[in-house]
Write a protein that binds this ligand. Structure first.
Ligand code: PGA
Length: 239
């Protein structure tokens, strides 16, 4: 039985004051040891978040593949680890779009995280046009083939399926769509890898998603910013 993982991605949101939300989130996580809970705040809040909520897994939203060097503005895995990160999101569709990240870069970032013993959440997902053209399964399989490291290191690899058209839009894939895609991903990654769903996950659709075959949790954007919205998602994951 794979444990559920509920990971919050704060994206470019939040301030020191927002860390107060972590208290109730940590309390909900502690109340159910059967669910793993992570929060990925902006880089500047990682250290303070890790100090405030030692019971939560604090993660980063990106990393560089090299450990150090002339890469202005980037942060390496050892830097993130020193700040308290134990997980890294790699290849989020917003970075694939805004920073033009390729599968190859995503793979090298995930490799760096895994080699250091961190959890790497590798994100994949099709656009609306690709789904309408019936190409969604092929697109995601190609992303997996290009983005998943062959070497797993000592860290844990997690896949997040996030259809781009469902992110921040209030649209969610139907349970049938999710089941189809997660089965396709499962066939590629095997039984041991957790597969998260992401894209407008909220308190009112979480239970149905978590009851869907091969859904091992969620990557949550907007609804992870407040405990009021995030805690019910953690509760829906309780087995
Ligand atoms: P959303 O974002 O929950 O706000 O749709 C999900 C994500 O991008 O990880």
């Amino acid at each position: 039985m794979r444990r559920k993982l509920i990971a919050g991605n704060w994206k470019m949101n939040g301030s020191r004051a927002a860390l107060a939300e972590l208290d109730a989130i940590a309390e909900a996580a502690a109340a159910d040891p059967s669910v793993d809970v992570a929060i990925c705040p902006p880089f500047t809040l990682i250290e303070a978040a890790a100090e405030r909520a030692p019971g939560l897994t604090i993660g980063a939203q990106d990393c560089h593949s090299k450990t150090s060097g002339a890469h202005t503005g980037n942060l390496s895995v050892p830097m993130l680890q020193e700040a308290g990160a134990r997980l890294v999101i790699t290849g989020h569709s917003e970075r694939r779009a805004d920073q033009h990240e390729t599968d190859e870069e995503v793979r090298s970032k995930a490799s760096a995280a895994l080699a250091a013993g961190l959890t790497a959440i590798v994100c994949v997902g099709e656009s609306e046009a690709q789904r309408e053209a019936g190409e969604h399964i092929g697109v995601v399989k190609r992303q997996l083939a290009g983005s998943l490291p062959a070497e797993r290191g000592t860290g844990e690899i997690v896949v997040a399926y996030e259809p781009i058209w469902a992110i921040g839009t209030g649209k969610t894939a139907t349970p049938a769509d999710v089941a189809e895609m997660h089965a396709a991903i499962r066939a590629e990654v095997g039984e041991g890898v957790r597969i998260l769903y992401g894209g407008s996950v909220k308190a009112d659709n979480a239970a149905e998603l978590f009851a869907t075959a091969n859904v091992d949790g969620a990557l949550v954007g907007g609804a992870s910013l407040t405990a009021a919205q995030f805690v019910p998602i953690i509760e829906a994951a309780r087995s």
